[in-house]
Unconditional design. Structure first.
Length: 302
């Protein structure tokens, strides 16, 4: 109840920001003309606002193709060929599918887009980020976008093979499971980066409830009516992008890694999301899948 009241009132947390803070406010004073960022899903919604604000602060912003998973390898090769540094990676792209759909690789679309595509992209540019951080002395930052509904997932329902090819599909459950996977990805990668003494961090953000393209996919009288009634509870696009921009540029979280942020403050995620053994298992299963099914070469340093 206390947290709900804090959210509704927009009361600032320890960072000095809260639910009403905007992306421009949390990056005020940031000078980032020396930084380069890749932002997925940056053609609309929260991603577009994130790209706009980071660019306003001087960041060189690179936006991959819309179909990330299909084009990830080609994009990475083209980006790396440019010889640019890479300081920030924001895994923002996300989809919600009401009906069961599959990718070209015959993997459930929500899981393929929200988790697998970002796992693959992160692995392909990780060495460039580590190299950039070592050469420049500037800490690299990876940000995964998740959602508070990751906490709805029960342990018995989180089965890798069923995530790839569910028998009883539910769009909300699939979305929640994909967002749980993004947290586990960050937790495990953070442990691995620390073990390597790499100057790259990875954190997760929950942007809040914003009427983005994912929500607009559910057009209809009931949805629109509910959003009209609850309009005062929803964040604006700029408020929704604030936590991502905070995680990308704030000096307050220098060296912080493997954490979950909401409303620009560190927050708690579910017990399952914090389960180290489950995260490690998911990582190994994902690596095996990418090597076997998506025909990627074995990934180093894992």
């Amino acid at each position: 109840m206390k947290e709900t009241l804090r959210y509704l009132a927009g009361i600032a947390g320890p960072s000095g920001y809260g639910s009403k803070s905007t992306a421009e406010q949390v990056t005020q004073g940031s000078v980032a003309s020396h930084l380069t960022a890749i932002i997925t899903g940056a053609t609309s919604g929260i991603g577009a606002e994130t790209a706009r604000v980071l660019a306003k602060r001087g960041v060189r912003v690179v936006i991959p193709a819309r179909d990330l998973k299909r084009a990830a390898e080609r994009f990475c090769h083209q980006f790396l060929a440019l010889g640019l540094p890479l300081n920030i990676l924001i895994n923002n792209a996300g989809v919600y599918s009401k009906n069961l759909e599959f990718s070209e690789d015959k993997i459930e679309m929500t899981f393929a887009t929200n988790y697998l595509g970002h796992y693959l992209l992160t692995e392909m540019v990780l060495e460039k980020m580590i190299e950039t951080a070592a050469e420049t002395g500037v800490q690299g930052r990876i940000i995964n976008l998740s959602s508070v509904i990751h906490s709805w997932v029960k342990r018995d329902d989180f089965c890798f093979t069923r995530l790839l090819n569910p028998k009883n599909y539910n769009g909300t459950c699939a979305y929640a499971q994909s967002k749980l996977a993004t947290i586990m990805h960050a937790k495990e990668m953070s442990r691995q980066l620390k073990a390597r003494n790499a100057r790259v961090t990875i954190n997760v953000v929950h942007p809040g409830i914003v009427k983005t393209g994912i929500i607009r996919a559910h057009k209809g009288f009931i949805t629109d009516s509910l959003f009209f009634i609850a309009s005062k509870l929803l964040k604006s696009i700029s408020q929704g992008a604030s936590t991502t921009c905070y995680a990308a540029l704030s000096p307050q979280i220098e060296g912080v890694s493997g954490k979950y942020f909401a409303d620009c403050n560190e927050s708690n995620c579910s017990a399952l999301a914090n389960d180290e053994s489950e995260a490690k298992k998911l990582w190994k299963q994902t690596r095996a899948l990418i090597h076997r099914r998506l025909r990627q070469p074995s990934l180093k340093h894992l």
